[in-house]
Ligand binder design. Structure first.
Ligand code: NAD
Length: 481
């Protein structure tokens, strides 16, 4: 196994808040395909023990002061920064993202923790009177109760932070179930939260390679009051069905199929620069990655030439090397999916304009590729690519661009590049999307509500809206003044 400067030792020490089992499963480095650590393979018994802890801690944590919760989160923010390089190395090992991306993820995760440390102390109740003056209305914000938080493999630390921080700020306790491919940074995150002063039971991290068994046991237990899930739309639908049986609060951050619109009045250099960001963040393995490049006829040839040159020049290689632009995909299934989508598009008439070289095996490598003239029926326009492949479709009018953008069951992020501010407002208002990047390929911001419409999800993470997901309101009625 690769020796970690930190990580496996921390994991082996199993402090309070972590579960041990006789059976374990291995976590692999996607760039070498070698195991890097083994973690507990929890089943329903351990999951329910974690819920026992969350339920036992819930009354005390709900009664904690807003300042106490904020102080814990401020200390966690400091700890994440103090450990940022070691966390970044661990992310690079388990996800395969480049060390530069990994440092960015640690900073992004810490930012959510700081945002909710600051948000925790802001009051959320209100006091008013009814219109006829007969009723005095007081609303009190209360934590929803024990939560199940399920995170994906692509941004494991930031997704854990984006759920745990508002839950803790709201006074909720939680069970965190990270993805089986990438559980390591979540374990460390849980340990740092305990060290920051969260009482045992406020967060328990449950690692498993049997996610359906674990989540089914928890969702059937009447003590659980909420599930917050980030992952694929397919699994989100299954969880919504189960949550519906017990009328649980749900937050769903699901898949996307983001359009990236380039109008013919766009600044070409800016369009190419932002397209690279929107496509290649996390190696294309992002829910908000640009999936379909919709480009106006008048600018398409120049845009394709410029984007192709940049994609072809990318350095794909060991993610820990400072000079690497792109690491491996997370596993062989991710590689097979991207290759299937490329082959399907080419089989139906798409043209490969550019392709960057990739290392020989081992490692789950995918070549950054630019496809032009992608036909309407190509699967790549209808499925999340989750890889460094850009597909170009051309349009001739604004109406056509909007219609193509909205021709999907998803509605998470969309991007548009234009110099015309009137057009940007007009088109943004017509896009069926939870987030719109205007002249930028990056929308994530701790102060903004991140989330989708249509089958991309329910609820928002980040900003003041993110805290509301973990609060419920009680209304007290008394005679008016
Ligand atoms: P996934 O749906 O396969 O897995 C996500 C999580 O669900 C993992 O923890 C996994 O163990 C668990 N899981 C899998 N099957 C389950 C089941 N039957 N019951 C309960 N839990 C189950 O998704 P993934 O491959 O880990 O992540 C990629 C997906 O996540 C993409 O679709 C991406 O768009 C989406 N995503 C969305 C956002 C967002 O904010 N909207 C952010 C990141 C990723």
């Amino acid at each position: 196994m690769t020796t970690l400067s930190w990580g496996t030792d921390a994991l082996a020490s199993v402090p309070d808040g972590f579960l041990t089992t006789e059976s374990t499963f291995e976590v692999f480095d996607p760039s070498t395909e070698q195991p890097i650590a083994a973690v507990a393979d929890c089943g329903p018994t351990e999951a329910l023990a974690a819920l026992d802890a969350a339920a036992a801690a819930a009354p005390t944590w709900a009664a904690s002061t807003l300042r106490e919760r904020a102080d814990v989160l401020h200390r966690l923010f400091d700890a994440l920064h103090a450990n940022s390089e070691r966390l970044a190395q661990l992310l690079t090992l388990e996800v395969g993202k480049t060390i530069r991306e990994a440092r960015g993820e640690v900073a992004y995760a810490a930012d959510y923790v700081r945002w909710y440390a600051e948000e925790a102390v802001r009051p959320h109740g209100r006091s008013t009177v009814s219109p006829d003056g007969r009723n005095h209305i007081v609303t009190v914000a209360e934590p929803v109760g024990p939560c199940l938080l399920i995170t994906p493999w692509n941004v494991p630390l930031a997704m854990a932070a984006r759920k745990v921080a508002p839950a803790v700020a709201a006074g909720c306790t939680a069970v965190l179930k990270p993805a089986e491919l990438t559980p390591l940074t979540s374990l460390v995150f849980g340990e740092l939260l305990l060290e920051a002063g969260a009482p045992p039971g406020v967060l328990t991290v449950v690692t498993t390679r049997r996610p359906a068994e674990v989540s089914s046991a928890l969702l059937a237990d009447p003590r659980l009051r909420k599930v917050s899930f980030t992952g694929s739309t397919e699994v989100g639908r299954l969880l919504l069905e189960q949550a519906g049986r017990r009328v649980l609060r749900t937050s769903m951050e699901l898949g996307g199929n983001a359009p990236f619109l380039v109008f013919d009045d766009a600044d070409l250099d800016l369009a190419i620069r932002e397209a690279m960001i929107a496509k290649l963040r996390l190696g294309g393995q992002s829910c908000v990655a640009a999936n379909r490049f919709l480009v106006a006829d008048g600018i398409a040839d120049a845009f394709v030439a410029g984007l192709g040159a940049q994609l072809a020049a990318l350095v794909v290689g060991p993610p820990g090397d400072e000079g690497t632009d792109l690491g491996p995909s997370v596993d062989h299934r991710a590689v097979a999916k991207v290759n299937r989508l490329v082959n399907d598009a080419v089989g139906k008439g798409a043209v490969v304009v550019a392709r960057a070289p990739i290392p020989d095996g081992p490692g789950h490598w995918v070549a950054p590729t630019l496809l032009d003239q992608v036909p309407a029926d190509a699967d790549i326009l209808h499925e999340e690519v989750f890889g460094p492949v850009a597909a170009i479709r051309r349009f001739s009018s604004e109406d056509e661009a909007v219609a193509l953008s909205n021709d999907t069951e998803h509605g998470l992020a969309a991007y548009l590049i234009t110099r015309d501010s009137e057009r940007s407002r007009r088109v943004a208002s017509r896009l069926q999307s939870g987030m719109v990047g205007i002249n930028r390929g990056l929308v994530s911001d701790v102060a903004a509500p991140f989330g989708g419409v249509k089958q991309s999800g329910i609820g928002r993470e980040g900003g003041p809206e993110g805290l509301q997901e973990y609060l419920q309101f009680k209304y007290l009625s008394s005679p008016g003044f």
